[in-house]
Design a binder for this molecule. Structure first.
Ligand code: DER
Length: 237
């Protein structure tokens, strides 16, 4: 079976959730790419009136390529918006792992810092995955990506070891030296032997000096769309 079929099914189902007038969060990665493409088709074919905040240069370029209008946070009038109203209506994004409680590991694509800003602004945060991302416990298959200030990298490695991780600086494959994020920083991938309390671990990682953000998203996802290879979708709320 086509390995992308499940991702495509999740992406198409996500695009169907988009309603006229919505302000969107546009996630990063190959699964959300299918949603962005489908939203672009709806803009073109139905005149869908939407715009989205991209979570990376990659998401921005993809949205432009498919005709999805873009927004910046400055366009959301967050300073005058009533506190009860969310800045974004719907954020769509992928994940590396999803736990039974819908806690996530994100950041394989290196975009988790902006992704968390955008997801936190959204009334609804829908996560798009294929079945390979569903785990019983976070940390089973994926490391926790941590975006770090290059100056602080040695100290952050030490702190992450102190938290029980085996951390490794993410090195480029088509670039010599470390991967550089959209923010100009580095990424440390922290592999943990299995994470029982992702909220507590996330708080501990986030408080390490020199850390800009990490890929543990706890209590943020409102829905999970699990695409199936046969084309169907399981909707976990
Ligand atoms: O980097 C990210 O946070 C992406 O959302 C990633 O977690 C999922 O990417 P994929 O849909 O290509 O697997």
């Amino acid at each position: 079976p086509d390995p992308a079929a499940a991702k495509r099914a999740a992406g198409l189902a996500a695009a169907a959730l988009v309603e006229d007038g919505m302000r969107l969060g546009l996630g990063t990665g190959s699964t959300t790419a299918f949603a962005i493409e489908a939203i672009g088709r709806r803009v073109r074919d139905e005149g869908l009136d939407v715009a989205g905040v991209p979570t990376s240069y990659d998401a921005e370029r993809l949205a432009r390529a498919h005709g999805v209008p873009l927004l910046a946070l400055a366009d959301l009038d967050l300073d005058t918006l009533p506190t009860a109203q969310a800045g974004l209506d719907l954020a769509l994004d992928g994940a590396d792992e999803v736990s039974p409680a819908a806690a996530l590991i994100k950041g394989r694509g290196g975009a988790h810092v902006r992704e968390k800003v955008v997801a936190a602004l959204a009334a609804r945060f829908v996560v798009l995955v294929d079945p390979s991302k569903e785990v019983e416990r976070l940390g089973t298959t994926a490391p926790v990506p941590v975006e770090v200030l290059p100056f602080a990298e040695p100290a952050v490695l030490r702190a992450l070891r102190g938290l029980g991780a085996e951390p490794a600086l993410r090195m480029g494959e088509r670039k010599d030296g470390p991967v550089v994020t959209d923010q100009g920083l580095w990424i440390v991938d922290a592999r943990f032997p299995g994470i029982d309390d992702p909220a507590a671990l996330g708080a501990a990682i986030g408080s390490v000096p020199g850390v800009l953000g990490h890929g543990l998203f706890v209590g943020m996802a409102t829905d999970v769309l699990v695409g199936e290879a046969e084309g169907g979708v399981r909707h976990r709320v």
